[in-house]
Design a protein around this ligand. Sequence first.
Ligand SMILES: Cc1cc2nc3c(=O)[nH]c(=O)nc-3n(C[C@H](O)[C@H](O)[C@H](O)COP(=O)(O)O)c2cc1C
Length: 194
Amino acid sequence: MEIGLKSILIGKGCFTMISCIVYSSGTGSCEKYAGLLSAALHVPAKTLKNAYVRPSGEVLYIGWLMNGKIQGLEAAKAKFNVTGVVQVGMAPVDHADAEAKGREKNQVPETVAYFCRQGAFDMAKLNPVFKAIMAIINKKTVKSLEGKANMTAQEQAVYNMAKYGKGDPAEWKIDDIVAWAKGPDALVSENKMF
Ligand SMILES: Cc1cc2nc3c(=O)[nH]c(=O)nc-3n(C[C@H](O)[C@H](O)[C@H](O)COP(=O)(O)O)c2cc1C
């Protein structure tokens, strides 16, 4: 049986389609996703300010949502070869049009991978302007979900965040992002070796 070096490296998790994870985080959620992905993929995670990536290097960018816009994405696109994007917001994204809406608002074409994730919320970590904005938005969110039967896990999570001013997402899911970053070769390689 012939096993190439690339297959061995993929199997050991040492080869991915991206050379760096770049993120912007206000209160820690994007940083947490970046850390989880960095550990799973053995790829460095750097803040947008501190990242240096070789010119040909492909970047997965993770940014938090403000009014539907991914913070830092435009700067990341200008600086790096962004081939994957993760939007992180407190709202539920377990519905069919979440990706299409996110892509449209943030002008991310189909050639770039796109992932929608729920992040955490912590009012205490926000500046006074953001606190004031979110106090209004959170009231509306609580009102819209109050008494709703059969809330999804993500709806329950955002309800808690909005009602109590702090909370975690329904889950910190990265498996599909990891699979994308390892690329199609990974499946072949993993089947061959393990
Ligand atoms: C001013 C402001 C606006 C926000 N707008 C949105 C939004 O449009 N959609 C959303 O899902 N979450 C929104 N959020 C919630 C954050 O995106 C969410 O808490 C995210 O997990 C923060 O990521 P971070 O901890 O990496 O900063 C907003 C938060 C703030 C403070």
